[in-house]
Ligand binder design. Structure first.
Ligand SMILES: [Zn+2]
Length: 132
């Protein structure tokens, strides 16, 4: 039997489905690689959350009071799921006495979309004369 008549060897590629550590994004509030999370999908990096209370909405806190969980707000933060590109999450939250008006939703934006939204907000607020 010659070498040419032998069947081609089956090559099994080496596929690594695990790594020894997860490297956090520079802006992650944990920065420890999330070693205590059981599932990879939970090893997400979260940046600091910037909250804007919606003072004109139902259940808005009185002026001068600090934000408390459950008050109507918009918040933004950087977020990166395991093995994915970072995004900006815009969280909208509002409880209402009318059930179908309750909102608790995250919008996922690219950095370009977030910059576009930020510029639009600044333009409109400037057009109205700023904070008054
Ligand atoms: Zn992280």
């Amino acid at each position: 039997m010659s070498v040419n008549s032998l069947p081609a060897p089956v090559v099994t590629p080496e596929v690594s489905t695990s790594s020894t550590s997860y490297v956090c994004a520079s802006w992650c509030t944990d920065r420890d690689g999330h070693p205590d999370y059981v599932l990879r999908d939970d090893q997400a990096c979260w940046g600091p959350e910037y909250i804007t209370v919606l003072g004109l909405d139902e259940h808005a806190p009185a002026v001068g009071r600090p934000y408390e969980y459950g008050q109507p707000h918009l918040s933004v933060f950087a977020h990166r799921r395991w093995h994915q590109l970072p995004t900006i999450r815009l969280h909208a939250y509002r409880e209402s006495s009318t059930e179908h008006l309750c909102v608790d939703h995250d919008f996922h934006l690219t950095a370009d979309e977030a910059l576009h939204l930020a510029a639009a907000l600044i333009d409109v607020a400037t057009m109205l004369g700023g904070a008054r």
